[in-house]
Design a protein around this ligand. Structure first.
Ligand code: DL6
Length: 825
């Protein structure tokens, strides 16, 4: 690829160095004789961005010439992580930059460390969107990502006195060398106001006059594909005041009032809502959603109009994917523009909308299902509410013709939830307005059609699909784990696996080869050393590198059951203490158990779980008797760049949600690719991981989906001491007896599982979890067997590349063809 690029910017060592130095001088206005590491990072990034821009401009020019169909991926969240290394890897220029920088006295790794982690997402959903963009670019699909440029991303987590403290993440304070502000790409966004009807030429027209008008401005972020010249765009919108904004107050001399309303406009994209799996219900959030949706639809329409095609060709040229229901108003916005502004008939417009939209569901947790109050929606977007009512009316008429007098069905399918507080069900709107609906793992998709969306499924079964998630091997192996990457290159004889992870399956016999096993263990050890220093520096804990690195990193949530993990840690601690000193090393494998993840700021129980982990950590790590047999650490501020250090170093990885509640999980896939063994329940994508790598290479435990309700009933009908059994009860008693302090918080935490209230069935699964943990210890003693399984996990993880997922979306939902731009030379 860099050969191809030479026709553009040359990539010799000297050319790279001179482009970096030029940026130091001309972009940063620093002298070449005196600049800091941060300046160096900024100059290197600008130099790489120059190369991206060449590809980026050519890509869209080419797409345009080829008259392609585009997919528009709409997401309120993108957890893209650091850009520099990823761009260099995808451009295949990392080696050249490394050499060029070394020659100038800079270690490229330290330059990477200067980049702040753009964290414009909460967790799995946002990171999935970022992996998808990488795959869309790599597979040459004509795609656009659309999102919001929040000034503040997900908060930075600090741990003070064992509690989570949230610190604002103003990620732009050192500028952002990757983005391109498009001063010429601005769209007006309206809010509030009133709707009137007018008859023109014998035809009724609806006019919505918004009373607050702001502007959405585009910020483009090039996304390079790997092993291709194609570079696509992630376009993020920022809210700004419109030029005529509060012109009146300004003219009347009320300068401050005018400025105040300007600030109100800027406020819309200022902060990402930090909730994962709960819906916010706030007007500002609805404004964010509508801003994304309206600007994106206007942009897509502008692009389509340049083609000078008839409206009926819209679906032939446009696929719009809704990343959950957050951007679902796009359905309504397109209907509004087509009918109110472009003058299409309702049925005609609906056909175009229906055939272009598709919707991905990411959760069945009831608290995450978006429902907007009609009062709020009707006030902010009065015309949209009218259109929703209209869609619902026409839809329900069809339903009542098909199922006369079936009131239950009618009420379940309706877009409107009646009650004292009437709401609009965004999932129902998304389903009705889309030609395809998918879940994100086989089990999840099956649960959607048999429970949450059952009535919709019965109505039109062919609409429902599964698209099991995936993750990009570029970031999660090639960037995060260079040691493993080099090893896989040697095993395969090339780096072809980066684009075709399935070929790794052909090399399974190496799992038994002692020489490979040794190298494999060396790579893992190097990664463990890196994490060792990370932990020492940030947490002040000295880990034993030879201990088993056992890690659970993900958002803190009751259904993910970090609580079960820490209760088991206590169980282990008590057991070690009960064992005579001379027996301990025979019975227990030394373990370093690490937790990481953010709790939503208002989620008290999640915050208490963090408190408990830190309380246990304090007690256990300072217990001289225990030494290095058990260490417990809370890893602060889990984010993408930290994940790139943590995941490759992990040996055991915990994915232990209550069966049926984790839609898919994606970190499970990253861990498996990096040769970690999973201890997990049969939930989400774990089920398919077990199919691929073999159950014998994982530690599966716990109730299956169909047993969960039965377990809940058992709890309701018994005393918790009987239901928990003596081992878990003893753990709870130890906490209650103040072994770890913080009694008030911890008692309240225990109450979430005692008192007939163990919704996430920790009590029911605890014993089988302990047994699975025993199997872990037994296997870890046999280094060769453990390593063999680690190798097999990695070599059999091909299905979980996001390239496979994106191909399926393109072929089975978007009807999209790849379009690779030719060799520029
Ligand atoms: O599909 C990506 C990711 C799944 O892997 C997780 O299992 C699921 O919890 C997560 N869902 C969310 C909830 N968002 N909403 N709505 O982040 O999606």
């Amino acid at each position: 690829i860099w050969k191809l690029m030479e026709k553009y910017l040359p990539n010799t060592k000297e050319a790279i160095q001179s482009s970096v130095v030029n940026h130091v001088e001309y972009t940063l206005a620093k002298t070449r004789f005196d600049f800091t590491l941060l300046h160096c990072y900024q100059a290197v990034s600008h130099s790489v961005r120059d190369r991206l821009i060449e590809a980026f401009n050519d890509t869209y020019q080419y797409f345009n010439n080829k008259d392609v169909k585009y997919v528009y991926y709409l997401s309120l969240e993108y957890l893209i992580g650091r850009c520099l290394q990823n761009a260099l890897v995808n451009l295949e220029l990392e080696g050249q930059y490394k050499e060029a920088m070394l020659d100038m006295g800079y270690n490229l790794e330290s330059v990477y460390e200067q980049e702040v982690d753009p964290a414009l997402g909460n967790g799995g959903l946002g990171r999935l969107a970022a992996c998808f963009l990488d795959s869309m670019a790599t597979l040459n699909y004509p795609a656009w990502g659309y999102g919001l440029r929040y000034s503040y991303g997900i908060f930075r987590q600090q741990i003070k006195d064992g509690y989570q403290v949230e610190v604002p993440d103003y990620w732009l304070d050192r500028g952002n060398p990757w983005e391109i502000e498009r001063l010429d790409v601005n769209f007006q966004i309206k809010f509030y106001g009133s709707v009137t009807k007018k008859v023109e030429d014998g035809k009724e027209r609806t006019i919505w006059e918004g009373s607050e008008i702001i502007v959405a401005r585009a910020y483009d972020n090039p996304v390079p594909g790997y092993n291709t010249f194609n570079t696509i765009n992630l376009r993020l919108w920022r809210s700004l005041p419109s030029s005529e904004f509060d012109f009146k107050s300004f003219n009347q001399g009320d300068y401050f009032k005018a400025l105040e309303s300007r600030q109100r406009a800027e406020f819309i994209t200022s902060v990402l809502y930090p909730n994962d799996s709960t819906y916010a219900g706030k007007e500002l959030r609805l404004k964010q959603q509508y801003l994304l949706v309206s600007a994106t639809i206007q942009d897509a329409i502008r692009r389509f109009k340049k083609k000078r095609k008839e409206w009926k060709e819209w679906p032939k040229y446009n696929a719009l994917q809704l990343n959950d229901t957050h951007p679902a108003l796009a359905i309504v916005e397109l209907m509004r523009i087509l009918t109110d502004i472009e003058g299409l008939e309702y049925e005609e417009a609906w056909e175009l909308v229906y055939n272009s939209f598709a919707y991905t569901n990411h959760t069945i947790l009831p608290e995450a299902l978006e429902k907007w109050g009609v009062d709020l929606l009707g006030n902010l977007l009065p015309r949209h509410l009218e259109i929703i009512y209209n869609i619902n009316h026409i839809f329900l008429e069809k339903i009542s013709r098909k199922y006369p007098n079936d009131w239950r069905k009618l009420s379940a399918l309706s877009l409107v939830e009646e009650g004292t507080h009437k709401t609009i069900r965004m999932a129902n709107l998304s389903i009705v307005g889309s030609h395809a609906v998918n879940g994100v793992a086989a089990l999840h998709s099956q649960l959607l059609t048999s429970t949450l969306f059952k009535d919709f499924y019965e109505l039109r079964p062919t609409k429902f699909q599964n698209k099991t998630n995936g993750v990009t091997p570029r970031r999660w192996i090639r960037c995060a784990n260079p040691g493993l990457s080099a090893l896989l290159n040697d095993v395969v004889g090339s780096d072809d696996w980066i684009l075709d992870m399935d070929i790794l399956k052909n090399f399974q016999k190496i799992a038994d080869d002692p020489a490979i096993q040794n190298r494999w263990m060396q790579v893992k050890r190097q990664n463990k050393e890196k994490l060792y220093w990370w932990v020492k520096e940030r947490c002040g804990v000295d880990l034993n590198i030879d201990s088993l690195f056992d890690i659970q990193v993900k958002r803190i949530h009751e259904y993910k059951r970090q609580l079960m993990n820490i209760l088991y840690v206590i169980r282990r601690y008590l057991d070690i203490k009960k064992t005579p000193a001379e027996e301990r090393r025979k019975l227990f494998v030394p373990r370093s158990i690490m937790f990481g993840g953010k709790a939503a700021p208002g989620y008290i129980t999640a915050k208490r779980i963090i408190r408990l982990v830190n309380a246990v950590s304090q007690k256990v790590n300072n217990d001289q008797e225990i030494g290095d047999l058990l260490k417990v650490v809370f890893l602060p501020n889990y984010n993408v760049s930290n994940a790139q250090v943590i995941i490759p170093a992990s040996e055991l990885s915990q994915h232990i949600s209550t069966a049926g509640l984790e839609a898919s999980g994606t970190s499970n896939m990253k861990f498996v690719m990096n040769g970690c063994l999973i201890i997990g329940t049969m939930d989400g994508a774990n089920v398919e991981i077990a199919e691929e790598v073999g159950e014998e290479n994982m530690f599966i435990f716990g109730a299956r989906v169909e047993q969960v309700e039965e377990q809940r009933n058992k709890m309701r009908n018994s005393n918790y001491r009987d239901y928990f059994g003596p081992r878990l009860t003893e753990v709870c008693d130890a906490i209650s007896n103040d072994l770890f302090g913080y009694k008030y918080d911890l008692e309240a935490l225990l109450d979430t599982i005692r008192n007939k209230n163990d919704y996430y069935i920790l009590g029911a699964d605890f014993e089988s979890y302990c047994e699975a943990q025993q199997r872990v210890d037994n296997l870890y003693r046999n280094k060769s067997e453990w390593t063999k399984k680690s190798i097999l996990n990695s070599l059999r993880s091909g299905k979980f590349s996001s390239d496979r997922t994106i191909r399926q979306y393109a072929e089975e939902i978007w009807d999209l063809e790849p379009c690779e731009i030719p060799n520029p030379s």
